[in-house]
Design a protein around this ligand. Sequence first.
Ligand code: FE2
Length: 181
Amino acid sequence: MELLKSVGCSKRVRLHCCTVRAVAEAVAERIPCDRDLVFAGALLHDIGRSADHSIMHAYKGYRMLLDMGLPEELAEIVRKHTGAGLDQKDVEEFGLPPGDYIPATVEEKIVAHSDNLVSDSILVDHTYSMERLALRGHARGAARMGLLHKELSSAYGEDLDILVDRLGTKPVLIGPCAGLR
Ligand SMILES: [Fe+2]
């Protein structure tokens, strides 16, 4: 949280990151993964928004973490977190630096999809985020999100949309996140 603050992330972005962390923690309870990596990735996934709110924020965040000497596996989570990732056609259309933007490890998938279950700082069904993407003309991205939801729900053992009921639309935030709301 200190890192997010020091690079200039707004309170709104920090609250969003904390909310995504709360969702990621719930998802990680039932899916074997490196929990510390998931929590760090969730908290830092939008660090690039300190510099840019466009789709480029994921790449910028990735570069920031690498420049700070943080682990590559953490930076990769940040680069691949938008939606359910971006395919090569998206990468070209958005003019992003070449690279792999599709979440592949379980930690990358959990952070990307926990972000899909949060709008600003409110928990939402994944269909809400899918529809938003589809309405913006990103049909392939919306379809990928649906597939990621199915895959992670299956690993979790229940439809992950249940988290809206389980955690509430505004989940309890802990530690340095607690004072943000
Ligand atoms: Fe983001």
